[in-house]
Write a protein that binds this ligand. Structure first.
Ligand SMILES: Nc1ncnc2c1ncn2[C@@H]1O[C@H](COP(=O)(O)OP(=O)(O)OP(=O)(O)O)[C@@H](O)[C@H]1O
Ligand SMILES: [Mg+2]
Length: 237
């Protein structure tokens, strides 16, 4: 289900001060994300991947340029509106710190729904439906410490996309996983995209590139032309 643009960045720059120096983490980045697509963001360590995810999430404001996410101008919107947008429409999966250890998988997934006003019983039902999509519904009442790393990561993806979330940002979601478990996580991301969400996934892992609809390469904060995932990730390239 490919839709219109969910995010458009134009000429985005992000700079950090490091004493007297300016670290340019993003330089003149243009980006368009469409509804339902799975985009891999690939580049070496320090190239700006996490910074770009943070900008799209509205966690970090660009130093230059404009960024519009789901109709909101993130360079100028109030912090409150941005927080609201993130809570309701954007999911963020970090590499390790994701689920709350004292809540079951279902309770973890229900959390963002309850935080935005959904009643507990309905939140649980929606949470279990979402765990079904990522194929861990049978583990709904286990605690994160009682499931595997891959199952935890799939539950974290469920929590990131539950409700009416349109954008899934995932920073190295397969980084700590073996390749079979990583493939299950990728299948999960594909499943949520098939239901209309857009995924932007940072990675060093060529398998993520192969699974994606397209790849954005980033070097020294600059995006390079995107390519078809399978083509770019093949050994010939
Ligand atoms: N708060 C900060 N202050 C100064 N420099 C920063 C800050 N955050 C990031 N940087 C610098 O910005 C650049 C991009 O960092 P970023 O975290 O986006 O890289 P990355 O591609 O995610 O790397 P990795 O693959 O290692 O996670 C790096 O040179 C980094 O040192
Ligand atoms: Mg990073």
């Amino acid at each position: 289900m490919l839709g219109g643009c969910v995010a458009v960045a134009t000429g985005v720059g992000v700079s950090f001060r490091d004493g007297p120096n300016e670290v340019r983490a993003l330089v003149d980045v243009d980006l368009e994300l469409r509804g339902g697509e799975f985009v891999a963001l690939m580049g070496p360590s320090g190239s700006g991947k996490s910074t770009l995810l943070n900008v799209v999430a509205g966690i970090m404001r660009p130093t230059r340029g404009t960024i519009n996410v789901l109709g909101l101008d993130l360079a100028t919107a109030s912090a409150l509106r941005i927080t609201d947008l993130r809570l309701q429409r954007i999911g963020y999966v970090f590499q390790n710190i994701n689920l709350l250890p004292d809540l079951t998988l279902a309770e973890n997934v229900a959390l963002p729904l309850e935080a935005t006003g959904t009643r507990q019983r309905r939140a649980r039902r929606l949470a279990i439906d979402q765990l079904e999509v990522v194929a861990v519904a049978d583990l709904a009442d286990r605690f994160p410490g009682e499931v595997s790393g891959g199952e935890r990561q799939r539950a974290a993806i469920a929590r990131a996309v539950v409700g009416d979330r349109r954008i899934l940002l995932a920073d190295e979601p397969t980084g700590a996983l073996d390749s079979d478990t990583g493939d299950q996580v990728l299948a999960t991301i594909r499943a949520v995209c098939a239901r209309g969400a857009t995924a932007l996934v940072s990675t060093h892992n060529p398998r993520v590139g192969q699974a994606a609809d397209r790849i954005l390469s980033i070097r020294n904060g600059r995006l390079r032309a995107s390519a078809d995932g399978a083509a770019l990730a093949s050994p010939a390239s």
